[in-house]
Write a protein that binds this ligand. Structure first.
Ligand SMILES: *Cc1c(COP(=O)(O)O)cnc(C)c1O
Length: 505
């Protein structure tokens, strides 16, 4: 029962109108609204009020609410029930943010032999763990066709940084200091230009607005004589969910001009087991283990962004790497073993728990299973595209890869925007898709079902999306501006909330 401690003079009186905890759904107050500062959840000895060395009375009143253990527990559990999660239902944000992670991998990561070791243990006592890392390096090398692998980067963006630093180290080693510019398409993830800038490169943008893809013409224009071009950063498939068809030709031109091809490999679940990025000219790429190869993330969980590169670039990889001697002993390779390394990018050896999860994912799928992962990811997205293409505007023609892209173009005629669709999805029990990204499409709606969703949940999503389109076309546009109406928090004024956050009332 919600009791208003501020005003209720009779706390045992039940106010039917004011009470919001219907059907065992609790409306939780802020901790600050529990006006209980006079009692405590713990028994501490009374203080004598003496002044301590800081000049403050020992244990002075803070004004913070004092609650008992069950009150605190219930507060956070009630708040947690307001969360929507991948374990509740469909999450069309895709592997980039949320996809189902097989529980087997969690079980493996929790095995005491993996979970209870320490990175400072002598190498001969952690041979199994180093073996996991060595084997993971090998799987990544096989899947990408790129033999140099460093597991230590802590996330995708960190992997990008490592990869571009590798290219920079190579160029400096070769005396190519004048190569100071990276080519990046305008559909790139924001981390790409940020990485380029952090590594001291200039960014030259290639427009993809017309077709959603890199065209040979636009690339040649941007490349010019290639004199100052250090390389390019390209995501393939790109953030419009499209495969870059001219990529082989483009990478040949880039290489001929002495540039390196950095591939943002975050979308590897669309390719894995089918094509090795080395075969379309990639020199170095990062892999988001937490996206393609499982591990819960998106809620602040750990990331892991190993990088893979060609033999030419491998000497510059960040340490430590895991090597294996002829007698089968695994060993961490450090500065002495890798004289040209760009150095360390973080403490210890990387997110080891994620190395275990990723290898567990790979071994449980096998080569054929990983091939099916990409097949299912692409099939599911194309199923959605084909079912919704008459209800929503599709900005780029043809089949997609792992993501289906729509725009608000037709809906806008009925006064309905992408934001309205996202809010209506919440009303009808669906988490929204990625909205307003990629930036090259106005009012973008990017749907990634991933390989793990069942046909039933995808069908329900399609049915809800069709229903929303129909409501809009039937002139019910007005109601859209108040969606969601059944959620615990209704339509928020997001601008006001961002500019003037009220965090304690
Ligand atoms: C997620 C993502 C990144 C960044 O990865 P983080 O692990 O979030 O740092 C980079 N590029 C693309 C295309 C991504 O989807």
């Amino acid at each position: 029962m919600a009791v208003d401690y501020k005003t209720d003079s009779n706390p045992t009186k039940f106010d039917v109108e004011a009470d919001q905890n219907r059907a065992l759904h609790y409306e939780e107050k802020f901790l600050w609204d529990h006006q209980q500062t006079d009692h405590s959840g713990v028994d501490l000895p009374a203080v004598d009020g003496s002044i301590n060395k800081t000049g403050i009375t020992a244990r002075a009143a803070t004004g913070l609410p004092n609650l008992s253990e069950p009150q605190i527990l219930r507060h956070f559990v009630r708040l947690s029930t307001l969360n929507y999660s991948i374990d509740h239902g469909f999450f069309p944000l895709g592997s980039c943010t949320m996809k189902h992670n097989p529980r087997l991998n969690e079980k493996m990561a929790r095995l005491p032999g993996f979970a209870h070791i320490h990175p400072l243990q002598p190498e001969q006592t952690v041979q199994g763990a180093l073996g996991v890392m060595y084997e993971l390096q090998d799987w990544l090398a096989q899947l990408t066709g790129l033999p140099g692998v460093a597991l230590s980067p802590a996330a995708g963006a960190h992997g990008e940084y490592a990869g571009i630093m590798v290219i920079r180290a190579k160029l400096r080693d070769a005396g190519m200091h004048h190569k100071d510019t990276l080519l990046i398409p305008d559909s790139a993830h924001g981390t790409n230009p940020a990485t380029a800038a952090m590594c001291g490169f200039k960014v030259k943008t290639i427009s993809t607005k017309e077709t959603g893809r890199l065209t040979l013409e636009a690339f040649k224009d941007a490349l010019g004589d290639g004199e100052n071009i250090a390389g390019m950063m390209v995501t393939n498939p790109n953030t419009c969910g499209l495969f870059e068809r001219d990529i082989v030709e483009i990478s040949k031109l880039l290489h001929a001009a002495g540039g390196y091809f950095y591939c943002d490999g975050a979308n590897f679940n669309a390719l894995v087991g089918r094509i090795k990025p080395a075969d379309f000219g990639v020199d170095v790429m990062h892999i988001n283990l937490h996206k393609t190869f499982s591990t819960p993330h998106g809620g602040g969980g750990p990331g892991s962004g190993p990088i893979c590169c060609t033999e030419e670039l491998a000497p510059y990889l960040p340490i430590p790497l895991v090597g294996k001697s002829d007698d089968g002993f695994y060993k961490l390779l450090r500065k002495d073993d890798c004289p040209k390394t760009l150095g360390r990018l973080r403490g210890f050896n990387g997110q080891f728990g994620m190395h275990v999860r990723a290898l567990s994912y790979m071994l449980s799928h096998g080569n054929d299973g990983l091939r099916q992962v990409s097949g299912d990811a692409v099939l599911a997205a194309n199923y959605i595209l084909s079912q919704l293409k008459d209800d929503y505007h599709v900005p780029f023609e043809g089949r997609c890869m792992h993501e289906a892209l729509f725009s608000e173009k037709w809906l806008k005629d009925h006064g309905v925007t992408t934001l309205d669709v996202a809010k209506a999805l919440i009303e009808f029990g669906m988490h929204p898709m990625t909205v307003y990204f990629p930036l090259v499409v106005s009012g973008a709606m990017l749907v990634e079902p991933t390989e793990t969703e069942t046909k039933e949940s995808i069908d329900r999503f399609i049915a809800v999306m069709k229903h929303i389109a129909e409501l809009a076309k039937n002139g019910e546009g007005d109601i859209f501006h108040s969606y969601p109406i059944s959620a615990p928090r209704k339509r928020l004024d997001e601008v006001l909330a961002a500019r003037n956050p009220i965090l304690n009332g």
